[in-house]
Design a protein around this ligand. Structure first.
Ligand SMILES: [Zn+2]
Length: 553
């Protein structure tokens, strides 16, 4: 072949340029950068561990979790990157793309320095309950310091995109809806079982919600909870009668069948449904009604339906992660996901909507069970530890300086420290040193250290991501892995350890590239990923990175 001269290379360049332009024009007139979706459905499964996908995989239907995985994208190494790993911070982080250090939701309940009392992450006395006479509706997102992907969608489309957020738990609905949701609804048990809201969103319930409540279709769930499959199918769980589970009030043993009608009055009437799989079913019922009545995903402007399934968390707390109750709850949740997908296919259209599914935290296996398996685990007596902390501070500084201990954070009385002429850094440091030597404690850090050092990995980095400069405590401590401060039955969460951070992330539908990754992704990546998909600005405090592998090029 002749060596190419300048003329030839220029001609070749021209040919390539023309042909690539022609190709681009014939295959795709101009790249589509606007939202390829009519509706985003965000699903949070409260307390869902990643291994619930694998542990129960063989028993899932083809239409629920398996469909999300086989047709969508799965992130297998998805983690919370901060502590405390609890519900309020979890929902806030999924939707803001950042962590408590920035969005300010540092716990479900946390100590408020200004008022000197505990506050609830979604509570707001400035607003009235709507749809219920009690205080259960007095909620708002006012403690959430940044905005959410749902807010950015509302702002982008000048309030023409609709955002509806629902959950059995108020905080599971309020925080995902952000500051601008059209509506957030949550559940109140008792004699009736009602979906309610706050005057923050609206002065009265829309007719369809009032009608839905009035119909009392929820009464269908006042029935015993028995295993969905034959007893011999529950091989992925421990025996039904075991010492690691809590019973309902009035129940002799925590075993199937749980006779809900007989236990009804003692357990808050319809409120008992929260700790059963029926709580998830009634949420699906309500979500499907919202989908229809609010005409979600019916035009070119994308809408957002945020759903948080809470019953998984109540069941985990009561029966533990290795219980038959948990297995049964997930097998039934799989069918709820299938029911939701079926309706979305029908009402919005196959491939016309985008769905993600994740959790707000995971959970630890019951330490008493782990101990019986010869695994190091156990319990910390929190009230004894509180006493020891108080005694240490009293002995060292001659005064009672501890204002509050909550979420494994010690808050000092700043005024008392000033009045005594003490140095706050010195008091923090002394207590951190003391706790670091405590037999139950693995790590202890002062606020001073978290503010002045940038940690990039390990437990201190996770604590730092959960540390808010105006809201967090003076000394933060972490128990040894496997140790919790909790009842001897049931599971809990809140720590920076992997058993609390490892959660599923599934993405499915319009704009999602099917596939899988075992590379680490973090909860704060979800909102930026959905923002890129929607072509909208990222939430204003977001620190995560879009998971580009999960997005169609
Ligand atoms: Zn939770």
């Amino acid at each position: 072949m002749r060596p190419m001269n300048r003329f030839n290379s220029a001609a070749l360049y021209l040919f390539l340029l023309v042909s690539s332009t022609v190709l681009a024009q014939t295959s795709n007139a101009s790249p589509e950068i606007k939202a390829p979706t009519k509706l985003v459905v965000g699903i949070v499964v409260d307390q869902m561990r990643y291994d619930y996908l694998t542990r129960f995989w063989d028993q899932y239907s083809d239409r629920g979790f398996k469909r999300l995985v086989s047709e969508g994208f799965i992130a297998k190494n998805n983690h919370f990157n901060y502590a405390p790993t609890s519900t309020g911070p979890g929902h806030a982080s999924v939707y803001t793309g950042t962590t408590p250090a920035t969005h300010g939701i540092i716990g479900n309940d946390f100590f408020d320095l200004a008022s000197g009392s505990m506050v609830y992450c979604a509570g707001d006395d400035q607003y009235a309950s709507v749809g219920v006479s009690g205080r259960e509706g007095q909620m708002s997102p006012h403690r959430l310091l940044t905005n959410t992907v749902t807010d950015q969608l509302r702002i982008h489309y000048k309030n023409k995109a609709k955002v509806i957020s629902i959950s059995v738990k108020d905080r599971g609905a309020v925080l995902p809806g952000g500051h601008t949701a059209n509506a957030a609804y949550w559940f109140v048990g008792g004699a009736q079982g009602l979906w309610v809201t706050s005057s923050y969103y609206m002065p009265e319930l829309p007719a369809w919600v009032a009608d839905f409540n009035a119909k009392q279709s929820i009464a269908q769930y006042k029935k015993p909870w028995d295993l969905m499959l034959k007893e011999k199918e529950y091989t992925q769980s421990v025996a039904d009668d075991n010492p690691y589970e809590g019973a309902f009030k009035g129940e002799e043993k925590p075993v199937f069948p749980h006779d809900l009608p007989a236990l009804w009055e003692q357990n808050g009437g319809f409120g008992i449904l929260r700790a059963t799989p029926y709580g998830n079913s009634m949420l699906t019922d309500f979500a499907l009604e919202a989908l229809k009545q609010e005409s979600l995903g019916q035009d070119k402007i994308p809408d957002f339906l945020a759903i948080s399934y809470s019953s998984t968390d109540y069941v985990g707390h009561q029966f533990g992660v290795d219980s038959r109750e948990i297995q049964d709850t997930y097998l039934r949740l799989d069918l709820e996901i299938a029911r939701l997908l079926k309706s979305l296919d029908k009402q919005v259209g196959v491939g016309q909507y985008t769905l993600f599914l994740t959790a707000d935290h995971a959970a630890i296996p019951v330490p008493a069970y782990l101990k019986d398996q010869k695994i190091p685990a156990g319990y910390v007596d929190a009230s004894a530890m509180k006493k020891e902390i108080n005694q240490f501070v009293q002995a060292r500084f001659g005064a009672d300086l501890v204002a509050n201990i909550s979420n494994n954070q010690v808050f000092f009385n700043r005024q008392a420290i000033r009045d005594l002429g003490l140095d706050l850094d010195e008091v923090q440091g002394a207590l951190a040193d003391y706790l670091q030597d405590h037999t139950d404690v693995a790590h202890a850090y002062t606020a001073r250290t978290l503010k002045s050092t940038e940690f990039v990995s390990g437990i201190p980095a996770i604590l730092q991501m959960g540390y808010h400069k105006d809201r967090s405590g003076d000394v933060l401590f972490v128990y040894k892995p496997g140790y919790i401060s909790y009842s001897k039955t049931g599971s809990t969460h809140g720590s920076p350890e992997v058993y609390d951070t490892h959660t599923p992330l599934l993405m499915f539908g319009a704009g999602i590239q099917p596939g899988a990754t075992a590379e680490r992704t973090e909860i704060s990546d979800i909102a930026p990923t959905i923002s890129v998909l929607l072509g909208i600005a990222f939430p204003n405090g977001s620190i995560g990175q879009p998971i580009s592998k999960a997005l169609k090029p």
